[in-house]
Write a protein that binds this ligand. Structure first.
Ligand SMILES: [Zn+2]
Length: 328
């Protein structure tokens, strides 16, 4: 900023004439034994007057700094992955939920969109720079933070962005990985078999509106946000997965857990008394997309699956052949 600009800003904000400002500048220079320039002196005066004349350098919020319970969140990021919207039954009507993974070079975060909001995902493609506005965050019950859109919120596709394209990040962080080189915070795809399932309690209750976990108190189910509700049942499964390079504990929540056992929630509920009997899971291979997090309570790493699919052997072989021919 040159001297004239600073003076005109001071004039505008401090109700001083140009002469008064010039005089203050000279006085300030004299006070400082003429060691500062006119611009420097004008800056100091502005600061002493408590004026906010410096352009704010807007720093982008990095994803790793997105915490739970933020309001009016505005975030620019790139789309990492878009999951197709899923329908679910909500009392007498159908509800819809879609998940988008957003990322920047600091990390990735889940965003879930509900009902009419899910239409937005149709225009989203991996690597697109987007601006999420009017959003808020909450703990998602999957051990992480999740972004939701408020009533006036939305996602704007940006023409360009200084966030580096995920291409490089993708190769580094999101491509197929092996269990032996998974590190805390990594997100990516592995191909692994379920070698053990822990026979822990499987079913739990969630609020039908926000899908957060709720507990029974005084014979009632109460959601902090939605009050007394008729809970929805869902499941969580944990076990050990192995890909030949190593093994790791893995957690499967909700739809992902149901996919793992190949059932819907009603089928799962029917067999709740002998849930682990004759489950067709052990030894089965899946492509699993997820994130490595540290389980703080037990101080160990675990893989939290965001999505899984059964291994399509033919497609896998074709991919391997393609890689061989392109790499040779
Ligand atoms: Zn709720």
């Amino acid at each position: 900023m040159d001297f004239e600009t600073i003076v005109s800003k001071i004039k505008e904000k401090a109700n001083l004439t140009e002469e008064e400002i010039n005089r203050k500048v000279i006085e300030k220079q004299q006070e400082l034994s003429n060691l500062v320039s006119k611009e420097g002196a004008a800056y100091i005066i502005a600061k002493e007057l408590g004026l906010d004349i410096f352009p704010k350098t807007k720093r982008r919020l990095e994803i790793k700094n997105v915490l739970p319970k933020l309001r009016n969140l505005n975030l620019t990021a790139r789309v990492v992955k878009v999951f197709d919207p899923k329908q679910f039954k909500k009392k007498d009507k159908m509800g819809k939920v879609a998940t988008v993974i957003l990322g920047d070079s600091s990390g990735t975060i889940r965003m879930s969109l509900w009902d009419a909001q899910t239409e937005i995902v149709e225009k989203l493609k991996p690597d697109m720079p987007v601006e999420v506005f009017g959003a808020y965050t909450k703990e998602n019950g999957l051990g992480g933070v999740e972004i939701r859109l408020g009533n006036k919120g939305g996602i704007k596709v940006l023409e360009s962005s200084d966030i580096p394209p995920l291409g490089s990040l993708k190769e580094k962080d999101l491509s197929r990985k092996t269990i032996s080189d998974l590190k805390e915070g990594d997100m990516g795809e592995i191909r692994a078999a379920v070698v053990q399932l822990f026979e822990t309690s499987v079913f739990y209750d969630i609020c039908p509106k926000c899908e957060l976990r709720i507990n029974k108190a005084d014979n009632k189910f109460k959601c902090n946000e939605h009050g007394e509700v008729e809970p929805k049942k869902t499941i969580v499964l944990s076990g050990v997965i192995d890909d030949g390079t190593g093994n790791i504990r893995a957690v499967f929540f909700r739809d992902v857990a149901l996919k793992l056992i190949g059932m819907d929630i009603d089928e799962a509920l029917k067999r709740r008394d002998s849930f682990f009997e004759n489950l067709d899971v052990l030894g089965k291979e899946f492509i699993m997309f997820g994130k490595i997090r540290r389980n703080v309570a037990f101080n160990r790493l675990e893989f939290v699956a965001n999505d899984i699919k059964e291994v399509d052997v033919e497609k896998e072989i074709n991919e391997i052949i393609n890689n061989l021919t392109t790499n040779v």
